[in-house]
Design a protein around this ligand. Sequence first.
Ligand code: C5P
Length: 227
Amino acid sequence: MSAKAACRPVITVDGPTASGKSTIARRIAELYGLPFLDTGLLYRAVARRLLDEGRDPADAEAAVEAARSLRPEELGRPDLHTEEVSQAASRVAAIPEVRAALLEFQRRFAEQPRGAVLAGRDTGTVVCPDAPVKLFVTASVEERARRRFEQLRRRGEPAIFARVLEELEERDRRDTQRAVAPLRAAPDALVIDTTHRSVEETLELVRRHIEAWRARSCSSHAPPEAP
Ligand code: C5P
């Protein structure tokens, strides 16, 4: 691998629902001026399509068809974050052919010359197993439910804490127990528990980790690139 390729920042951020991974990933992308992909939006957009068409999210044939014909503008739909879509997304995400259909797009995104930040469940294990910087962001299930509950309340959506907790546990179960690309930390990922950490504290930890990698891999003493 050339010195330049070894130094290309591909940063993966995986973790369970409401662990804070998307916030951290977005902030890191801003900090380093890198393109960012929230891969959960792909599964949400597929789920949204099925719900709009009145289909069952477990209908593999329809889900695969939706995944194959997904258009980038569908990722920007404002109605991808309802609880109904969240639950349906974790169902379509358990269908191997849906995952296969979405893999190429994610890999192409990661291959951009200046690097990329990807957030999801399997970006460090399946999508970019060779990424030089991998993070696994987690938090206790109670803390994650509390965050989701507060988020819903701020948006003015009625919520019952016990129900939020239950739905989160259900999604965790589906994401960690599915046969293909289950949620788990890559062996070489930095695991960060954000239960008792603020966003700024977590960011500082991540920033130091990235800087240490850069110091190791992007040294100015590296031999110049061959023409
Ligand atoms: O991250 P987010 O909550 O938006 O993801 C929605 C669902 O999409 C998750 O519950 C998970 O089932 C699925 N997903 C996945 N792999 C990814 C990203 C999301 O299976 N890389």
